[in-house]
Design a protein around this ligand. Structure first.
Ligand code: ATP
Ligand code: MG
Length: 404
């Protein structure tokens, strides 16, 4: 798939931008603070409906706008998927409603002109994003990795985003009840209703994560071997907070960091097992005032030659693992959806050695459309620059050919 048009209104630095986009590789070049990453952020928003940098959507509205009763920011993306064209429009609306110190903020998303709930919009437009800070997927906290899995799965697995939303809703209700029970006491049987919801949606989430990690691992293995010139074998080791596999006889706990084959387990088995495990953990959960089991506490680790890269990997090793994962993600999305995702690469070239730059440029041949940013177009060969589009950004204005 590819974007044919991107229009931004009051989105960060862009008061107004309207670009017709070719089905090609587009290099956005320009000095610092000209709006390069912002364009990638806007495109990625159409796939994830959240920003990869902002902690809140409010930050996305242009902050130079003078106060008015209503301020509206917009991302409009027209794209071609197979033979069909579609339009996604995201509106960020800030309204004062008589109280200037506390504006109300909401967002709306329209597909082909019709407002839809977010749950129905994931997967309409697919993008794979690689930013330098995404190295935290390898090196950061378990929640960084869960967030990564949730974002990719929401894009390709129908229903995943809905299960996740329902799970999180049930989880916060159950946690509130646990806190109450721990502080004031009461009938623990009240927990049962939430257990059922948690295990039903949690099982779908875990089942999808098991499949995804297995599929991604089989794709990432040869890619990473190639990127490391056959020196590293990369594994993605799922470590669920609730282990659906029966514990082997004579062994109390499963050893950490083993690649276990959980592909034979179906969602119903996970549902039943998780339900029982939640019940068995009542005492522990009440004393801690929180739910201690379930996919909200899952983890997965990057193991290279059995060494945990998050704990022991060098920067370069972690960065290469990240690159391998993203290349695998592109292929995985293509296999799952039948469409190549739009590839978004922010300042990636500068971090890579010449050999890995070559490998990266190779991947660009696969996809229909890719956006790269760089402050230094000289990092790209003359041949690359003449073959692809090179656009220049200055103060939020895009010049479709390099300015001298
Ligand atoms: N809400 C906002 N309203 C207006 N301008 C904003 C807003 N948020 C960020 N900006 C500004 O937009 C500018 C462009 O930011 P962006 O990150 O897109 O630049 P960039 O071209 O990627 O720069 P770099 O090369 O440093 O990564 C920055 O000066 C930033 O302060
Ligand atoms: Mg940038």
């Amino acid at each position: 798939m590819h974007l044919t048009r991107l229009a931004l209104t009051n989105f960060r630095i862009f008061s107004r931008l309207d670009l017709q986009l070719p089905k090609r590789v587009i290099l956005l070049s320009g000095s610092n603070a000209q709006g390069k990453t912002t364009i990638l952020e806007a495109i990625a928003y159409l796939a994830n409906f959240s920003s990869f940098t902002a902690s809140s959507d409010r930050q996305l509205l242009n902050f130079n706008l003078s106060p008015q009763p209503q301020l509206v920011g917009r991302i409009v993306g027209e794209y071609q998927r197979g033979i069909r064209t579609h339009t996604l429009e995201v509106r960020f609306i800030q309204e004062y409603n008589g109280n200037p110190s506390a504006p109300r903020f909401r967002k709306e998303v329209l597909l082909d002109g019709v407002k839809k709930p977010l749950g129905e919009l994931y997967g309409q437009f697919n993008a794979v994003t690689l930013l330098p800070q995404m190295i935290r997927i390898v090196e950061g906290s378990p929640s960084d990795r869960r967030q990564y899995l949730d974002e990719v799965l929401s894009q390709v697995e129908p229903g995943y985003a809905r299960h996740l939303a329902n799970y999180n809703k049930a989880l916060s209700q159950r946690n509130a009840l646990l806190k109450n029970l721990s502080e004031r006491g009461g009938d623990v049987r009240q927990l049962e209703a939430w257990d059922g919801m948690l295990s039903e949606h949690g099982a779908q989430i875990m089942h999808a994560r098991i499949q995804a990690l297995q599929e991604l691992e089989s794709l990432v293995l040869p890619i990473h071997q190639q990127l490391t010139r056959q020196s590293e074998v990369l594994r993605l080791a799922y470590q669920p907070a609730y282990e659906p596999l029966p514990a082997p006889k004579g062994q109390l706990a499963l050893p950490v960091q083993t690649s276990l084959d959980r592909s034979g387990i179906n969602a119903k088995e996970i549902d039943e097992g998780l339900h029982k495990a939640l019940h068995a953990a009542y005492r522990q959960d009440i004393s801690r005032g929180m739910t201690t089991l379930g996919p909200h506490r899952d983890e997965f680790r990057f193991l290279s030659n059995r060494i945990d890269l998050g704990d022991y990997g060098s920067r370069g090793q972690a960065r290469t693992a990240m690159l391998s994962l993203k290349f695998a993600e592109v292929q995985w999305m293509h296999a799952k959806t039948g469409e190549w995702p739009v590839l978004l690469l922010d300042e990636i070239m500068a971090e890579l050695d010449p050999q890995r730059r070559q490998d990266l440029l190779q991947v660009l041949n696969d996809v229909e459309q890719a956006f790269l940013t760089s402050t230094d177009p000289e990092l790209f060969t003359q041949e690359f620059r003449s073959r692809h589009e090179v656009w220049q950004l200055q103060d939020g204005i895009v010049f479709l050919s390099p300015i001298s």
